[in-house]
Design a protein around this ligand. Structure first.
Ligand code: NCD
Ligand code: ZN
Length: 345
């Protein structure tokens, strides 16, 4: 199989930032995805319907002429956020989900949730109206080893939450562990997960190969090889609870190559190329269509896109760096490339 045409995929988790950075990165996502779930961790975060509408309009203005792309907005949950505002935005079709960042878990999460009890009223409301909760699933307890934070979050926070609110629809975002795969597989149809291309490709050794590799540092951080293999098994399994979310998270080079470098991998420039390579390596290319184009829409209760995207076997070159408003960003796969390319992107 050297060529593959699938319904246009969607990216169910992406950071496109704002301003000059947004102008530079949106075209990469819009080239290969018809829709994308836009993360709300701006500074300040997107917590009101008005802010989400304004952000959506700025993103649309950054889409190249002639390209059709729909940003799906999300609400950033904060302690004590007004359930009426969250429900109003969902019912008006402004945002499709709300995002739970545990406070201080990752980039721009300072305004995140201090304890799940602080958002109990909004979670109950979301369960009632069928609004999905998107979860950054890591505890922030400094005594918990960074490589264990996802597994501990599942036990301490997610399991009790799903027991207390069994109808709440939840996407565990960018899963990195065998524990997360097992949790999702064992849960009912209200629980799903996204998987990034980079977590399917690198394990934690890649962060230290020949020296420290800041462009491969993201959160949740890549785990050991056994976990990567479980993620690959889940991604290519054909189980509709696992679908595509790149978590492409650009930062300028000076913020990555620093004494305290930011977390985030910029994978948008060759995301479908990377996923296609993984499915090909697993000899499961026919299953890419479900993972990239069908299971996400099914969970979000949206139609499958009617345009198609064609991928072809063959090397794709990825720029060493991309300019964004006078700064540079280093994309995932820079220098090495992937074994597939997008034809009509
Ligand atoms: C994301 C970012 O930079 O906004 N970083 C990351 O490492 N994934 C935040 C997030 O999704 O955790
Ligand atoms: Zn993210």
């Amino acid at each position: 199989m050297d060529r593959l045409s699938i319904p246009m995929p969607d990216d169910w988790h992406v950071h496109v930032r704002d301003g000059a950075m947004m102008q530079a990165v949106v075209p990469y996502t819009a080239r290969q995805f018809a829709r994308a779930i836009i993360m709300p961790n701006l500074v300040p975060p997107v917590t009101t319907v008005a802010a989400a509408i304004a952000y959506r309009d700025r993103i649309l203005a950054a889409v190249p002429p002639g390209v059709s792309f729909q940003p799906l907005m999300t609400c950033y949950l904060t302690d004590g956020i007004d359930p009426d505002e969250v429900a109003r935005g969902f019912e008006a079709g402004v945002w499709v989900a709300a995002k739970l960042y545990p406070a201080h878990a990752t980039t721009n999460s300072a305004h995140g949730v201090s304890a799940i009890q602080a958002i109990q009223p909004v979670l109950e409301r979301m369960a009632t109206i069928g609004m999905p909760l998107l979860v950054h699933g890591e505890v922030t307890d400094r005594h918990v080893d960074i490589f264990d934070r996802e597994a501990v979050f599942i036990q301490r926070v997610l399991r009790p939450l799903t027991e207390a609110l069994p109808t709440l629809r939840i996407v565990l975002e960018h899963i990195t562990t065998a524990e997360a795969v097992a949790f999702v597989e064992q849960s009912g149809p209200t629980i799903a997960a996204t998987i990034t291309a980079h977590h399917l490709i690198i394990n934690r050794n890649a962060l230290f190969e020949g020296g420290i590799r800041p462009h491969l540092y993201c959160l949740p951080v890549a785990k050991r090889e056994t976990h990567r293999l479980e993620l690959r098994r889940a991604a290519v399994s054909g189980n509709p609870k696992f679908f595509l979310g790149t978590d492409s998270a650009p930062h300028p080079t000076h913020a990555k190559e620093a004494a305290c470098g930011c977390a985030g991998i910029f994978s948008a420039p060759a995301a479908m190329e990377a996923y296609a390579q993984v499915f090909d390596e697993e000899a499961k290319l026919p299953r890419l269509e479900g993972f990239a184009s069908r299971f996400g829409p099914a969970f979000y209760r949206l139609p499958v896109n009617d345009r198609t995207l064609t991928l072809e076997r063959g090397p794709t070159d990825i720029a060493e760096r991309i300019e964004a408003g006078g700064a540079f960003i280093v994309p995932f796969g820079a220098g090495t490339g992937f074994a597939w390319r997008v034809l009509n992107g």
